[in-house]
Design a protein around this ligand. Structure first.
Ligand SMILES: C[S@@+](CC[C@H](N)C(=O)[O-])C[C@H]1O[C@@H](n2cnc3c(N)ncnc32)[C@H](O)[C@@H]1O
Length: 239
């Protein structure tokens, strides 16, 4: 039983904790993902790509790429895209290299992207924004590196506030997640998952945040009664 705390007061502690956790679970991440989403993540990833409608020769960034599953979904849909995968955790990037060998891989944090302004037409982030220690600064960075008319697509969990799924979600988080997660990862890792979902802005707030940064044409889809959300925003201006 790990006694690591997920109660992190300073940004630097939180960043260090998040990196260390993803480095530790990298080798089991795909299995955990499949089990904890009942394999549905593949469908959500394809839907994110569908909403973004990638075109041949477009430059795309998959940020917080992890082991490369979202980048893989993008290339499976449109092999003509020029893809860069970026993540601050080298253990994750190593695995991404096997899954998306055609992509360029860059080790970096969302709040300090080592790319020039306006250089991508497409950005995807799957289950990543929740982990950004500086959410607003990171979204501003994404806006900076996106070309005018470029599309940002975010796939993320949310807490369902009402309806049938709300009690089911609480049951899943209380009973299923600790058991399945506990078999494959330290207890602090799935505690972090629950807490980070609860602390992330709800869909209305997240949409307002995207708009305040300059994204327009916001489109959303949600699945499992509001447990999983896709957001698409467009950077204003001519392509
Ligand atoms: C839950 S995983 C998602 C991985 C992958 N996108 C997927 O869909 O399976 C979250 C990823 O966010 C990365 N991450 C954590 N903090 C980050 C930051 N500040 N900037 C960019 N990526 C970050 C982690 O290293 C991890 O690979």
């Amino acid at each position: 039983m790990s006694h690591k705390s997920t109660d992190l007061s300073s940004g630097a502690d939180r960043k260090h904790f998040i990196r260390g956790m993803f480095d530790e679970i990298a080798g089991r991440y795909d299995l955990l993902n499949r089990l904890l989403t009942f394999g549905r993540d593949r469908y959500w990833r394809r839907e994110l790509v569908r909403l973004l409608d990638p075109q041949p020769r477009e430059r795309a960034l998959d940020l917080a790429c992890g082991t490369g599953d979202q980048g893989r979904a993008l290339l499976d849909s449109e092999p003509g895209v020029h893809l860069v995968g970026a993540d601050p955790v080298s253990g994750m990037l190593r695995l991404a290299g096997g899954k998306i060998p055609a992509a360029g891989l860059v080790c970096c944090e969302a709040e300090a992207l080592p790319f020039p302004a306006h250089c991508f037409q497409l950005i995807t982030i799957a289950f990543g924004v929740r982990n950004f220690t500086m959410l607003e600064a990171s979204l501003k960075e994404l806006h900076r590196v996106l070309a005018p008319g470029g599309r940002l697509g975010v796939l993320e969990f949310a807490v369902p506030r009402s309806g049938l799924l709300a009690p089911l979600y609480r049951w899943y988080m209380t009973w299923v997640l600790p058991r399945v997660g506990g078999l494959l990862s330290r207890s602090y890792a799935y505690r972090y998952l629950t807490e980070s979902i609860e602390q992330f802005p709800d869909p209305d707030r997240f949409i307002r945040l995207l708009e305040s940064i300059g994204f327009s044409g916001i489109a959303t889809r949600n699945f499992l009664g509001g447990t999983v959300w896709i957001y698409r925003g467009i950077k204003e201006g001519e392509i």
